[in-house]
Write a protein that binds this ligand. Structure first.
Ligand SMILES: NC(=O)c1ccc[n+]([C@@H]2O[C@H](COP(=O)([O-])OP(=O)(O)OC[C@H]3O[C@@H](n4cnc5c(N)ncnc54)[C@H](O)[C@@H]3O)[C@@H](O)[C@H]2O)c1
Length: 285
């Protein structure tokens, strides 16, 4: 694989583009919002500067990495030469299904179509294409340049050849693949999101304040970040969308998002990316 298209230039898309470009792949970064593309490039520049300051890469590596990324506003142009497309757009099944249908239409027949979805069944996305055997989940963790795990999700039709290609590519970019089956939320979010939702319920019911809830989980469970701080970091809209998908997918009330989370998302309090969530933050991507 040489050419990789990344669809969605938000929190995850810019990280995925960064990691592959740094490894020498040619990246087409696609977003319908020009402002998102500009922000993604400036975020990648800042993150590369941080790597230079830490002595992890040289200034020449930064130049090479940036020169490997080209931005596009249309899927049609952006996926044309791709060997692999990684979709990292908004966590909404209708949006993703229409993107998968467009990817299928405009990418080469040999191209593998991957999704960074946190929770949407791969089977649903595969059904929007005429190549279900070439559709797979490639779930990166945030922040992508730092986190080692990639949860790889086999759809019911994903071929062994495609799984092996994605496992080997994951190792090539120095990440660790963990292969799982296709259930809502897979493993990572099936376990993480109920914990975050429960922390929000504890706040909602006034059991304690956000700082204390997070402190208890950090000090008591050795978590590097408290669940509310982590929710701000992930994005409260993303957390709510994942819970909605598990709620609907399993038909189980235990996954229903806490009313406080729903209210905050409706008020535009999305966490770090909007500047306010459970904590007041500087808006960052
Ligand atoms: N935020 C996290 O911590 C995290 C972690 C792992 C996986 N994910 C998953 O990654 C995906 C992206 O999440 P994010 O947090 O980066 O979201 P985000 O809101 O930061 O970015 C999404 C981007 O997708 C773009 N987009 C929407 N529709 C599009 C279209 N039709 N074509 C092209 N671009 C389009 C938006 O303009 C936006 O820039 C989601 O599926 C999410 O569940 C998120």
């Amino acid at each position: 694989m040489k050419y990789i298209a990344v669809i969605g230039a938000g929190t995850m898309g810019n990280g995925i583009a960064h990691v592959f470009a740094q490894k020498g792949f040619k990246i087409n970064l696609i977003d319908t919002q020009p402002a998102a593309l500009d922000k993604a490039i400036s975020t990648i520049q800042k993150n590369l500067d941080r790597q230079i300051a830490k002595g992890v890469i040289s200034p020449a590596d930064k130049t090479n990495t940036l020169s490997n990324i080209t931005t596009f506003e249309s899927i049609e142009n952006g996926v044309a030469n791709a060997d692999l497309v990684i979709e990292a757009a908004t966590e909404n099944s209708n949006i993703k299904k229409s993107i998968f249908s467009a990817m299928d239409q405009f990418a080469k027949p040999s191209c593998i179509l991957a999704s960074n979805t946190s929770s949407i069944p791969i089977a649903q996305l595969a059904a929007a294409t005429k190549r279900p055997g070439k559709v797979i989940g490639m779930h990166f963790m945030n922040p992508v340049p730092i986190m080692k795990l990639v949860e790889i999700i086999n759809g019911k039709d994903t071929t062994l050849e495609v799984t092996e290609a994605i496992v080997s590519l994951t190792r090539h970019i120095d990440k660790i693949p963990c292969v799982v089956k296709d259930f809502p939320g897979f493993i990572a979010n099936r376990i993480l999101m109920p914990m975050i939702n429960e922390a929000i319920y504890a706040l909602y019911e006034g059991v304690s304040d956000a700082v204390t809830i997070d402190q208890i989980m950090k000090l008591g469970m050795a978590h590097p970040m408290g669940p509310l701080q982590l929710a701000d970091y992930i994005g409260l809209d993303v957390c709510k969308n994942i819970l909605d998908i598990m709620h609907e997918g399993f038909g189980n009330e235990k996954y229903a998002p806490c009313p406080l989370l729903v209210q905050m998302v409706n008020e535009g309090k999305l966490g770090n990316k909007s500047g306010e969530g459970f904590y007041k933050t500087t808006a960052v991507r």
